[in-house]
Ligand binder design. Structure first.
Ligand code: SF4
Ligand code: SF4
Length: 369
């Protein structure tokens, strides 16, 4: 595939040295996409562990690292309602309900949804969440059923997940690429697409201290990128992703090195944007600013998690708006993020089919472009 830089110099001659924002919007399709995605700039997220129980046990699970798993569960729906009201009052507009496994506490999910209408749930998909909970549901897929049995100790997991969420517009199946399951992705995504299910991609990001077989290396990241791009072009109706997502999440450098993570855990002294508003509540409704991020106890150097990117990459508008190629790539990333995370938002065609390097970096190496 050609890089954007190659396409540009072939078709446009000498670019101006310093681009203005109005140059970015000269193209009609770009302008329309910008107008569409900017309507969602009001989203302000926080995340919540709904329970410390899970009905399966996966190798490499970050939830069962660190102390959060020992929080005493608050199972009172009224307490969760009050928390949601308080969250709204301090400006939170979007909740990510995670866990361990949120489907085990449906009454708490419903209480949250009745108070805070926008959000998503991270679930293993083994147990169906009632239709009355109108959040996006991210169903985690770690490979085919043989791999799920080995890594997640769960039998027939993909079949169960499809039975539970086929024809459900809330559901997005999130395929997590580990070093171990890259070649299975084609079969799994094909199965999902044949059943009308939408998929997106995550990259396994090791918990602190994890050095097991799922952890990526340079070669596995490169292969992951190739398979992501193949699947994106093979199943454009069913895969919610973009070439820039693939670049950002399979680069040898992690998200923090490329974009600068703005979660409080990485920036304890920052009082701006995400650093100011984001909280990560444990199952006892307490939170600790010093460890707050969307994937706590993940090794920051290895962080390529899709949830982290959804906040970290989207926050870097100004860096990407320095050039039309990176701006189009950023719009594709935003469009993917909204299609995956927001009920009712439909993915559009990607504006930038070429591979574009993150601003200030090359596609694959540590050096600058
Ligand atoms: S389903 Fe999720 S919370 Fe449960 S063990 Fe697996 S990774 Fe951890
Ligand atoms: S794990 Fe990822 S999202 Fe969390 S603080 Fe580290 S770099 Fe940021």
């Amino acid at each position: 595939m050609k890089t954007a830089q190659e396409s540009f110099s072939a078709s446009d001659g000498n670019p101006p040295k310093k681009w203005k924002f109005s140059d970015m919007l000269a193209n009609r399709a770009v302008r329309e996409r910008w107008e569409k995605v900017r309507q969602y700039f009001f989203l302000r997220e926080s995340t919540y562990d709904m329970t410390n129980r899970c009905n399966i046990r996966c190798d490499g699970c970050y939830y069962y690292e660190g102390d959060k798993q020992y929080a005493r569960e608050n199972q009172d729906p009224e307490a969760w309602r009050q928390l949601m009201r308080a969250e709204k009052a301090r400006g939170i507009t979007y909740v990510v309900l995670a866990g361990a496994e949120p489907s085990l506490v449906p009454e708490l999910l419903l209480a949250c949804h009745e108070e805070m209408p926008l959000g998503s749930i991270a679930s293993n998909g083994f147990k169906r969440i009632p239709a009355s909970v109108g959040y996006k549901i991210h169903v985690s897929v770690w490979g085919n059923d043989d791999t799920s049995l080995r890594i997640r100790r769960a039998k027939h997991l993909l079949i169960r997940q499809i039975e539970n969420y086929q024809q459900d517009s809330r559901a997005v199946f999130v395929y997590t690429f580990t070093r171990d399951n890259i070649d299975e992705a084609c079969g799994v995504v094909e199965t999902l697409a044949a059943q009308g299910c939408k998929s997106t991609f995550n990259v396994f990001s090791a918990p602190v201290g994890y050095h097991g077989s799922l952890r990526h290396d340079g070669e596995s990241l490169l292969r992951t990128r190739e398979v992501m791009l193949t699947l994106l072009s093979s199943f454009p109706e069913h895969v919610l992703f973009s070439p820039y997502n693939a670049v950002a999440h399979t680069h040898p450098l992690g998200l923090h090195a490329l974009y600068g993570c703005s979660y409080p855990r990485m920036n304890p002294s920052t009082d701006l944007g995400l650093g100011r508003s984001f909280r990560q509540y444990h199952a006892d409704l307490n939170w600790d600013r010093h460890i707050a991020c969307c994937v706590p106890d993940t090794d920051c150097e290895d962080c390529r998690h899709y949830a982290a990117g959804s906040a970290v990459v989207t926050a870097r508008l100004f860096r990407h708006a320095a050039h039309p190629d990176t701006f189009r790539a950023w719009l594709d990333y935003m469009d993917t993020y909204l299609a995956v995370w927001v009920m009712g938002y439909e993915k559009n065609d990607n504006l930038c089919p070429e591979l574009v390097a993150p601003p200030g970096f090359s596609l694959d190496h540590n050096g600058t472009t």
